[in-house]
Ligand binder design. Structure first.
Ligand code: HEM
Length: 406
């Protein structure tokens, strides 16, 4: 939990109180966590929704910018940043309600409080094309992601000039944020794609138990520790070595919609599933150990002389030990989008989201390897893809991208 967040009760949130002491008392009086939600602050030296403990729900929207001037683009980001701060405080996106006009806020979350909402805004590589004369300000790390072996990216689910990641403990609160962002910037942006996700698939907080993904396996056992300043500074936050000072303190978000062929996966014997992942399904322990947090012993051989954690096991191929020490912060959600009308199979899987200091060194290196040698590759197909620069809204009344656009 970041410094500027406080735990408050739903009742307190509705009254709009911002006093930590009052809020803490109210939460205590409310008698536990059932009605408590966390209220996070939007402004700070790093973007929210990255180190923040994972909430239960995701709404991930991508947008095309239809505005044609830098001034209009600046207006979008300033309006969104102010709206993000309001929504995260449990307030409506705008107050004014004249009954003879459409409502300022769509209204469905009026009684919900902050619900631990965080909003993370990202800028895609296409924003730096000729339209806004920003080409010279494009960070070298904000590459056009390569096409990886086996990719089947749906054009509508690729890229986007802007992205908005809304995470909350209430699904409607997350959806409401993206929906109202589209509304308040109408005429300047068009919603390109919206992916909903639920049930976090990773933890970056070792004190909580590790959640399971749709494969039935614990996910997030070996992740960057969001509570470790050292790991966050080393692997996630952009530092002063960046070619673009406006990105210092920010991070890069990679989103991949990964469909999992769940029918095929759940027809595999458990021992085979475990060989694909490299961990035991029940305990989450590596195949070389017995407890979840036991280290991977990659050199260990069985009595036939073959590695206990197979050469193509997902964890071996992705582990820092086999990738020059690289780590990423994984923060994904399950998605379930009904039935594929062509095959009749479930269209479900993992909305994989990860954060890193430099995607060239981190995600791309890992995904290049995974796409060619990960045993899990037979059961998954990547259908959506995006890379976005997420600068920090540093100053108390600043907006995302202000140092880029002013
Ligand atoms: C549907 C797709 C995927 C599924 C179901 C999946 C599942 C898992 C599971 C069950 C683990 C073991 C538990 C853990 O340490 O968290 C794991 C580990 C990991 N995965 Fe994935 N994963 C997927 C895609 C990816 C992708 C696309 C990447 C990166 C490009 C990735 C990177 C990692 C890393 C770095 C680890 C930790 C390895 C270690 O240090 O032990 N995964 N994943």
């Amino acid at each position: 939990v970041s410094d500027d967040s406080i735990r408050i009760s739903r009742r307190t949130a509705l009254k709009g109180s911002g006093l930590a002491a009052v809020a803490a008392t109210a939460a205590a009086l409310a008698g536990g966590s059932s009605s408590a939600s966390v209220r996070y602050g939007f402004h700070g030296k790093h973007p929210v929704g990255v180190a923040t403990p994972m909430q239960r729900h995701l709404a991930f929207g991508t947008f095309d910018v239809t505005a044609t001037t830098v001034t209009e683009l600046r207006d979008v980001l300033a309006t969104w940043s102010a709206a993000a701060a309001r929504l995260m405080a449990g307030r409506p996106v705008a107050e004014a309600n004249d009954p003879y006009f459409p409502p300022a806020d769509t209204g469905e979350t009026e009684d919900d409080g902050p619900s631990s909402l965080t909003i993370t805004i990202g800028l895609g590589p296409t924003l730096f094309d000729s339209r806004f004369h920003l080409a010279s300000r494009r960070p070298a790390a904000l590459i056009d992601l390569p096409v990886f072996a086996g990719d089947r990216i749906d054009p509508q689910r690729r890229g986007g000039d802007l992205c908005v990641q809304a995470c909350a403990d209430d699904a409607i609160v997350a959806f409401h944020a993206v929906r109202n962002f589209a509304r308040i910037a109408e005429g300047a942006v068009v919603l390109r794609d919206l992916q909903l996700g639920t049930g976090q698939t990773s933890t970056s907080d070792p004190s909580t138990s590790t959640p399971r993904n749709l494969l039935g396996f614990k996910d997030g056992t070996s992740n960057v520790r969001a509570d470790s300043t050292d790991e966050m500074d080393h692997f996630v936050w952009v530092d002063s070595s960046s070619d673009q000072p406006w990105m210092i303190g920010g991070t890069y978000l990679v989103a991949r919609r990964i469909r999992v062929h769940l029918e095929e996966w759940s027809a595999l014997p458990i021992v085979d599933q475990q060989s694909v992942i490299g961990r035991f399904r029940d305990s989450g322990a590596p195949l070389t150990g017995s407890r979840e947090r036991d280290p991977l012993e990659l050199a260990k051989l069985d009595t036939f002389g073959t590695p206990v954690i197979p050469a193509s096991a997902h964890v071996r191929v992705a582990a820092p030990e086999t990738n020059g020490g690289i780590k990423i912060l994984r923060r994904g959600y399950n998605f379930t989008d009904g039935v594929d009308p062509v095959t009749g199979e479930l269209d479900a899987g993992l909305m994989f989201i990860c954060f890193q200091q430099d995607p060239r060194r981190q995600f791309v290196t890992l995904q290049n390897k995974l796409s060619s040698s990960d045993a899990l590759g037979r059961y998954v197909v990547h259908t959506g893809s995006g890379l976005y620069a997420c600068p920090a809204p540093m100053t108390p009344n600043g907006f995302v991208g202000d140092a880029l656009l002013t």
